[in-house]
Design a protein around this ligand. Structure first.
Ligand code: ZN
Ligand code: ZN
Length: 259
């Protein structure tokens, strides 16, 4: 079973990722006033980042899955110090929640360590957040992000099945949180009690502090509420981008941002 998951997880996840992106991209175009040509040009800039990061992501995904397989086989990691490490609630449920907390920690580190921020800011320079912003990531950040994921897997002893589940759910959550289609206030409030909504992640993409350093959550929004980094902003107040990089022509040049 483990070999089957290892061989097919990456492919299945990539297919799911591409299909959901395509459907949301078309839906965004239909409900927004943005013209197809402008949206396509914007998407192509972000696609440069995706093509640069894809080989790094593919290699690192295999490394994460191999590491999870290794720690599971050898019973390495904090999981095995817990009572009930054999129960699905602990192995899958608790571990999924712990990995989400560690993704919050990772995101906060990327914002607060100046050297790492230089990589992560590329994601934040997008002045038109939509589904394509999901894959606007410097390949250096792709390596760093997966390096942290490897560390968390080994530290926690994360089982292979939870790593696969986590990668699929986090990918879906990231796509959903970047879509330009905000939720109406009621559903946004109810869902936002537990999950990161597009409305909450849009505030994270606001061009000025302190909003940029809020809403670090990946799947669950509870960490931001717990650690005092939660913020809500109405759509009319959100301005996408970074106040240090507001020149629209510069942030549309992928090669400049990569350097
Ligand atoms: Zn960020
Ligand atoms: Zn984002």
């Amino acid at each position: 079973m483990s070999d089957f998951l290892l061989a097919h997880a990456g492919l299945a996840e990539a297919g799911l990722f591409a299909a959901v992106l395509a459907v949301l991209w078309v839906m965004e175009l239909r409900v927004s006033a943005v013209r197809a040509g402008a949206k396509l040009r914007h998407t192509l800039v972000n696609a440069v980042f995706m093509s640069a990061a894809l080989p790094v992501q593919a290699v690192m995904t295999m490394a994460c899955l191999a590491a999870a397989g290794f720690v599971t086989a050898r019973h390495v990691g904090l999981l095995y110090l817990l009572p009930g490490a054999d129960s699905a609630w602990v192995r899958i449920g608790l571990m999924f929640v712990v990995l989400d907390l560690l993704d919050y920690v990772y995101h906060a580190i990327m914002h607060n360590v100046p050297f790492l921020w230089r990589f992560h800011l590329v994601h934040h320079t997008d002045q038109t957040v939509d589904v394509s912003t999901t894959f606007r990531e410097h390949p250096g950040e792709t390596a760093i992000r997966n390096g942290f994921a490897l560390l968390w897997i080994v530290l926690c002893g994360a089982p292979l099945e939870v790593v696969i589940l986590r990668q699929a759910v986090a990918a879906a959550a990231n796509i959903a949180s970047h879509t330009s289609m905000r939720l109406p206030p009621g559903p946004a409030r109810v869902l936002g009690w537990l999950f990161v909504t597009p409305n909450l992640h849009h505030a994270h993409h606001h061009f000025q502090l302190p909003a940029t350093n809020c809403n670090y959550g990946d799947v669950f929004s509870v960490w931001d509420r717990l650690f005092g980094t939660y913020v809500e902003m109405p759509a009319a107040e959100v301005v996408f981008g970074l106040d240090t990089h507001m020149d629209a022509a510069s942030v549309a040049r992928a090669e400049r941002l990569l350097i």
